[in-house]
Write a protein that binds this ligand. Structure first.
Ligand code: CA2
Length: 152
């Protein structure tokens, strides 16, 4: 079966607040801007995007499970779940799709509790601290990975 030309974009808890608070850390663009950027970037390669944001871990996990049938890769900013969630990590490794992990801020230069990511070693692409533009970088790099897989 040919791989679907569709990506899942996952944004975790509190990312619905983008553009409303803490602009010094997260910038002034909104979640709608992020979703539009990823759609535009993916469309340049002929990919569609299904976007989900939730403040509820189970909703994110259900979306990741559903992507197994409908998508060929996942771009994810897990928000604070990055640093806490073994179940989110298990969902990502369970569906066995290529994953791109994005963080808007440079988590490695922030508080020590943000330095560890449970998602990092199940992701093939990591883009950290490039602001919202990092979602476009992550999308491009993930599509390159998918293209490489379908060649091999
Ligand atoms: O830098 C990132 O993208 C983070 O994943 C964002 C998470 C944070 O817990 C991670 O350590 C790093 C927080 C998302 C909350 O986003 C907000 C945006 C605007 C206002 C308030 C929160």
């Amino acid at each position: 079966m040919t791989a679907p030309r569709r990506l899942l974009l996952v944004n975790g808890p509190n990312l619905n607040l983008l553009g409303t608070r803490e602009p010094a850390i997260y910038g002034s663009q909104t979640l709608a801007d992020v979703e539009a950027l990823v759609r535009e970037t993916a469309a340049a390669h002929g990919f569609e995007v299904e976007a989900v944001q939730s403040n509820h871990e189970g909703v994110l996990i259900d979306a990741i499970h559903a992507a197994r049938e409908t998508c060929s890769g996942i771009v994810i900013n897990p928000g604070g779940l990055t640093h806490t969630s073994i179940v989110l990590r298990d969902a990502l490794s369970g569906v066995a799709l290529p994953v791109a992990e994005v963080h808007i801020s440079n988590v490695l230069e922030r508080e020590a509790f943000r330095h560890h990511s449970y998602v990092a070693d199940v992701a093939l692409v990591h883009v950290i601290g490039e602001g919202v533009a990092g979602y476009a970088t992550a999308t491009d790099r993930l599509i390159q990975v998918i293209a490489g897989q379908s060649e091999g």
